[in-house]
Write a protein that binds this ligand. Sequence first.
Ligand code: DGY
Length: 323
Amino acid sequence: MTVSAKPRIFVTRRVPEAVTDRLQRDYDANINTDDNALTADQLVTQADGMDALIVTPPDKLGADVIERLPDSVRAIACFSVGTNHVDLEAAKKRGIAVTNTPGVLTDATAEIAMLLILGACRRAWEGQKMLRRRDWDGWKPTQLIGLELTGRRLAIFGMGRIGQATAARARAFGMEIHYHNRSRLPEEQEQGATYHETPDQLLEVADVLSLHCPATPETQGFLNAQRIEALPAPTVVINTSRGDVVDDAALIDALKRQRVAAAGLDVFAGEPNLHDGYYELENAYLLPHLGSATVETRNAMGFMCLDNLDALFTGRDAPNRVA
Ligand code: DGY
């Protein structure tokens, strides 16, 4: 039997090749190359004898799972900036370090926010569908009329890195930027954006509302029926943060009534199972959680997981430790 001196790591999903190479060079890595979603039981079983886990947003590590992890597990590296799928308090209690990947997915996610804003406002899905069904019978002055971005007010809820990067891009499209954040940004970071002290004040000016807040107990169900009614009409809702921030039934109802003109959504509560109502809506522009899905970003996320683990396993502070 060979005894490995390298830390043992279980990786719950396939990762980019360059990340796999580094993993295999520096660690005794067991990668779930089947790339299937693991149940809690499978995750706990695979964790047996591991020093660390690299986990992704679909892996749910609530307190019940953390409590069942073997004592060997000293670290959990989240292959994501969001950590709402890991119970950080439970990890702390067990002395398990948790890290994430902030910063490296900012631009990629802001690009997807712009794609959603454009796609939802300009009815890209309906156009695609018309063409692919061979239903297009030619240019018409009244065909698929959408909402122009220029001059519209973009209301950003959560002006962190991704909110700011989205603002910078939307500004180039001639949008007027408004935001609410837990605290006001310094003037040089605001770049002319108008700050609203309360979320409800922000909603009142939202021609397009883009959600960029983390998923926390406070933001759960933030965009509910009452808040939707406070939006000016026609308004467009964009979500690249987490599905839990939106009350799906309320948004679907508002989209059906055209109270909300369109939505652009990259994230959903209960992924990959969307609320059934979304599938039928012509005015919902939907993507399967592609925010960080670029070559550059997914490599950078993987490398950041490894930088964090390298630090922890050589007795240094992990640069992106969240618990
Ligand atoms: C994250 O990192 O939290 C993203 O949602 C993954 O794209």
